[in-house]
Write a new protein. Structure first.
Length: 72
């Protein structure tokens, strides 16, 4: 969780992203890519994923634009 909180702080401080629009979560302990018995394994499990979710109305507009372009 520390790493994801750090990413949120950087996005807030350096890029002005509203922290209320972000969620920090730590899953590598429960969902590791590999075992944590070696330094290489632990390094591989240290990862950050950022998922950007658009507002639904914007998402639907993008879908409609794509459909309109495909039909032309």
């Amino acid at each position: 969780v520390k790493r994801s909180v750090s990413v949120i702080r950087i996005l807030q401080k350096d890029f002005g992203v509203n922290p209320e629009r972000m969620t920090a979560a730590g899953k590598s302990f429960y969902m590791p890519l590999t075992d944590n018995n070696t330094a290489a394994g632990r390094a591989k499990n240290r990862r950050t994923r950022i998922v950007v979710l658009p507002k639904l109305d914007q998402f639907y507009d993008l879908i409609q634009q794509g459909m309109d372009q495909a039909s032309n």
